[in-house]
Design a protein around this ligand. Structure first.
Ligand code: IPM
Ligand code: MG
Length: 371
């Protein structure tokens, strides 16, 4: 069996708490022949800043470039509110995305029937929801230059961020979305603001041409991002795959998280191009929820998004589809059994902490795998 090299970057806040549960799952899988994983650990974000005064060191970056997949927890927190901008915790995450060229961010939003009442929306709006947000991750306003605050000298300052997209960047993220749609319900909604932004005009043109040239069998719909945001809370089940730029994708995926009941439920995969020489691609897997300083250290964080992110690693990086199914099914079964962390608690359910939720999911994986 191939050995898979993982770099674990727990980061800050609840990152280490949810990562601890995935570490236990990995150990269990190694012990029971469900895969052979070698793990290494590194610092990122505020934890890295505290140790080395940078959000990620060159040495850790080198490990990220050399491993088969990075498993990432979360970064940030009030403790680092006043560190220099270049060394802020988020800079570590952004450098990983940029240097590993992880341009395709897949954020599936699935509403488990057992959780439909945990959403702030009505049950019928979200029950059975299954959409995939494909967010462009290495371009747009996150990385565009110039990106500065200028002193105008008269007591005024000017802040500039730059929204910039080239044709190839839009094409490659479009391809990821269309190819995913073919394996799902064959429908892509492309979100932009062509009525206001030049980058939206080009985004729309490139998606239209790519669709006509390579994916005429897939249904493509162009949606203005503001109206699309409204549609996402009005009737989200009308969407299958949503493809959008870096900033809109950031906003819309947090909205999508709440559709599923809790931010603690949403996993993500960030993928680069397939290397033709090896057939593999650089990849990082992380929960969408962030570091959650308000509940850090209390043992109550929901590890489900972290488990589900690891399941995406099994599926997308290691071709372990059956094992990924076990993990995802174990999550669903655990929820159906009425076991809940505080963020998704419901009447008649048993509220547990991070560790007990980890125990429940891992023992359900064991049962499903017959191990
Ligand atoms: C996300 C996060 C990050 C982002 C932050 C932590 C830099 O919100 O992954 O959605 O803005 O991309
Ligand atoms: Mg975000």
């Amino acid at each position: 069996m191939a050995t898979h090299k993982l770099l674990l970057l727990p980061g800050d806040g609840i990152g280490p708490e949810v990562m601890a549960e995935v570490k236990r799952l990995i150990a269990w899988m190694n012990a029971h022949g469900l895969g052979t994983f070698e793990t290494e650990e590194g610092l990122v974000g505020g934890a890295s800043y505290d140790a080395d005064k940078v959000a990620i060191t060159d040495a850790t970056m080198a490990k990220a470039l050399a491993c088969d997949a990075v498993i990432f927890g979360a970064v940030g927190g009030p403790k680092w509110a006043s560190v220099p901008y270049e060394a802020r915790p988020e800079a570590g995450l952004l450098r990983l995305r940029k240097d590993l060229k992880l341009y395709a961010n897949l954020r599936p939003a699935i509403c488990y029937p057992a959780l439909a009442d945990a959403s702030s929306l009505k049950r019928e709006v979200v029950d059975g929801l299954d959409i995939m947000i494909v967010r462009e991750l290495t371009g747009g306003v996150y990385f565009g230059e110039p990106k500065v605050i200028q002193d105008l000298g008269d007591g005024q300052k000017r802040a500039i961020d730059t929204q910039v997209y080239d044709t190839f960047e839009i094409e490659r993220i479009g391809r990821v979305a269309f190819e995913l749609a073919r394996k799902r319900n064959n429908k892509v909604a492309s979100f932009e603001k062509r009525n206001v932004m030049k980058s939206g005009v080009l985004w729309n043109e490139v998606m239209t041409a790519l669709h006509a040239r390579e994916f005429p069998d897939v249904t493509l719909e162009h949606v203005l991002a503001d109206a699309g945001g409204m549609q996402m809370v009005r009737w989200p089940k009308q969407f299958d795959v949503i493809v959008t730029d870096n900033l809109f994708g950031d906003l819309l995926s947090d909205i999508a998280a709440m559709l599923t009941g809790s931010l603690g439920m949403l996993p993500s995969a960030s993928l680069g191009d397939v290397d033709p020489a090896t057939g593999t691609r650089k990849a990082m897997y992380e929960p969408v929820h962030g570091s959650a300083p308000d509940i850090t250290g209390k043992g109550v964080a929901n590890p489900i998004a972290m488990f589900a992110s690891f399941a995406m690693a099994l599926r997308y990086s290691f071709g372990l589809a059956k094992e990924a199914d076990f993990v995802e099914q174990a999550i669903a079964n655990t929820l159906n059994a009425g076991i809940r962390t505080a963020d998704i608690k419901a009447e008649g359910c048993k509220v547990v902490g991070t560790r007990e939720m980890g125990d429940a999911v891992i023992s359900e994986v064991a049962r499903l795998a017959g191990a």
